[in-house]
Design a protein around this ligand. Structure first.
Ligand code: NDP
Length: 399
C-alpha cells in the first residue's frame, strides 16, 4: 500500500525525515512538510529532488492540525516537532482518522519530567477509530526498544539486565551546542538519574554515576547514568527484566557548561519577570544556542548507540551487545544532517512505511517493542542504519 504522509516539524530531524521519505516514492508518493515557520519547510523543500507540499501550522492547536489534515488528506502523520505537541496532534488524528507516529514522549511546557501514561490513555479511542499511534519511534527511544525485543525473542529465554548505551563522539568545534532541540535536551538532563531495579524506580542525583566504556569504532568514553523514556515502556512490555539502565556520553566540557548554566538559573522552566515581561530562562537559553539543524557540516566523528543485555539461554548465562554506528560526515553527504538527527529521523520513516505496508499496523497505541522486530531490523540494514551484534561483551551490572 502507498500513502500520503504529513510531516510536522521542520528542524534537524524533520529535514532527515523528509529526505528519507523522498527516497521511497513507491511508498510515499505525496509528502507535505508543515511547521510553525513555513520558511524552514520551504528551505528543506528547495533542496529536494522531488516536489513536496509545504504549509504553516501551529501544532499546539489541534484545530489547526485538523484543518491541515482535512486539506492535505494524509494517511499518516509523522510528528517531529516537539514533545509538547504530541497530545494535540493525537487529538487531531483521532478527529480525522489518521495514523500517527512520533519520536519522543509527551512533555508539558510547564512541568518537569515525562511519562508515556497520557499517550497510553488514547489506546482504546485509537482502537475504536481503527487507527494506530506508534510512539517513540526514533533511535532512542525507538531502535533501542526494537533491539531489546529482538534479543528477547531470538537470543534469550530471559533478559535479566539491560544497559542502553548512547554515545555521540561527534565534535562540532563549538564550545557548547546540543545535537537535538536544546530545550528538550537540557530538560532531559536537568532531572535526577533514575534506573529500574526489581520492580522499583531508583533515583540518584543528576549525573552522579559515571563509568567508562570502550565503544566499537569510537574508543573509550565517559558515560553517565540518566533517566530515559524507553526504560518506562521496555520494563512494562518485557517485564522479566530485573534491572534496566540508560547511559549517555558527555565530555567534561559539556558537563562544565551545563553545571554553570544550571547554577546561574538558565536551565529553569519557571517563568521570571524580565524588563516588564515574563520569560522562561530555558527558552531564552534555547534562543542563544545554535540550532541543531546548523551543525551538519561542522560535525566530525561517529555515533554508537546500542544495548547490552545479560540473561539466560538454555539455562546458561549469555551476554549480547547490539549496536549501530553512524558517521556524521557520511550522514551529511547523504541528507545534509549530523548523525544524531539522522539516527532519530530514519526510524520514523521505517515505522511509517511498515504501518502503510500493514507489517506494523494494529489499531491502538503502541511502542516499538510491542511489534515484530524483524521487518524493522531488515529495513534498517537497507536504509542507512546497518547494525551489528556481538556475543560476550561484559558490562558490570552492579551500581
Ligand atoms: P528542532 O528544534 O531542530 O526542530 C523542531 C521543529 O519543530 C522546528 O522546526 C520548530 O519550529 C517546530 N515546532 C516547534 N513547535 C511547533 C509548533 N507548536 N507547531 C509546529 N511546529 C513546531 O528539534 P529536532 O529536530 O532536533 O527534534 C525534533 C524532535 O525529535 C523532538 O521532539 C526531539 O525530542 C525528537 N528527537 C528524538 C530522538 C530519538 O532518538 N527518539 C533523538 C533526537 C530528537 P520553529 O523552527 O518555528 O521553532
Amino acid at each position: 500500500m502507498v500513502g500520503r504522509v504529513l510531516v510536522i516539524g521542520a528542524g534537524a530531524v524533520g529535514n532527515v525525515v523528509v529526505r528519507k521519505l523522498a527516497q521511497l516514492p513507491e511508498v510515499f508518493p505525496e509528502i507535505c512538510l508543515a511547521s510553525r515557520t513555513k520558511a524552514k519547510c520551504d528551505a528543506i523543500a528547495a533542496r529536494l529532488n522531488r516536489k513536496i507540499v509545504t504549509a504553516e501550522v501551529d501544532a499546539d492547536k489541534t484545530e489547526q492540525v485538523v484543518a491541515l489534515i482535512n486539506k492535505f488528506k494524509p494517511d499518516i502523520l509523522i510528528n517531529v516537532a516537539l514533545p509538547y505537541q504530541d497530545l494535540a496532534m493525537m487529538d487531531a488524528c483521532l478527529e480525522t482518522g489518521v495514523d500517527y507516529v512520533d519520536t519522543a514522549c509527551y512533555e508539558a511546557y510547564d512541568a518537569k519530567g515525562f511519562s508515556y501514561q497520557e499517550q497510553w490513555e488514547y489506546h482504546e479511542r485509537f482502537k475504536q477509530k481503527n487507527i494506530m499511534a506508534l510512539l517513540g519511534c526514533g533511535f532512542d527511544p525507538g531502535v533501542t526498544n526494537v533491539f531489546v525485543k529482538y534479543a528477547s525473542e531470538h537470543h534469550f529465554d530471559e533478559i535479566e539486565y539491560l544497559d542502553i548505551l548512547d554515545c555521540n563522539a561527534g565534535d562540532h568545534g563549538l564550545p557548547f551546542a546540543t545535537n537535538f532541540n536544546p530545550e528538550i535536551n537540557i530538560r532531559e538532563l536537568d532531572q535526577p538519574g533514575v534506573y529500574y531495579r526489581d520492580g522499583e524506580w531508583v533515583e540518584i542525583p543528576s549525573l552522579s554515576i559515571k563509568r567508562n566504556f570502550a565503544f566499537p569504532q569510537v574508543g573509550n568514553k565517559d558515560i553517565y547514568l540518566i533517566y530515559h523514556e524507553e526504560l518506562e515502556t521496555i520494563t512494562k512490555h518485557i517485564p522479566k527484566i530485573q534491572q534496566a539502565r540508560f547511559w549517555m556520553t558527555f565530555s567534561d566540557s559539556y558537563i562544565q557548561h551545563l553545571n554553570v548554566l544550571r547554577n546561574v538559573g538558565l536551565t529553569s522552566i519557571e517563568p521570571i519577570e524580565f524588563q516588564g515581561q515574563k520569560i522562561v530562562p530555558l527558552q531564552f537559553l534555547k534562543a542563544l544556542l545554535p540550532e541543531p539543524s546548523t551543525l551538519g557540516d561542522k560535525t566530525q566523528g561517529k555515533t554508537n548507540i546500542g544495548c547490552i543485555m545479560q540473561g539466560k539461554k538454555d539455562g546458561k548465562p549469555k551476554t549480547l551487545y547490539v549496536y549501530q554506528i553512524c558517521d556524521h560526515q557520511d550522514c551529511y553527504r547523504e541528507v545534509e544532517s549530523q548523525g544524531v538527527a539522522y539516527t532519530a529521523g530514519v526510524p520514523p520513516v521505517i515505522g511509517a512505511a511498515l504501518m502503510l505496508q500493514n507489517k506494523w499496523r494494529i489499531p491502538g497505541v503502541f511502542n516499538c517493542e510491542q511489534l515484530d522486530p524483524m521487518p524493522f531490523l531488515n529495513f534498517m540494514n537497507e536504509f542507512g542504519l546497518p547494525w551489528t551484534e556481538k556475543v560476550g561483551v561484559e558490562f558490570d551490572t552492579k551500581i
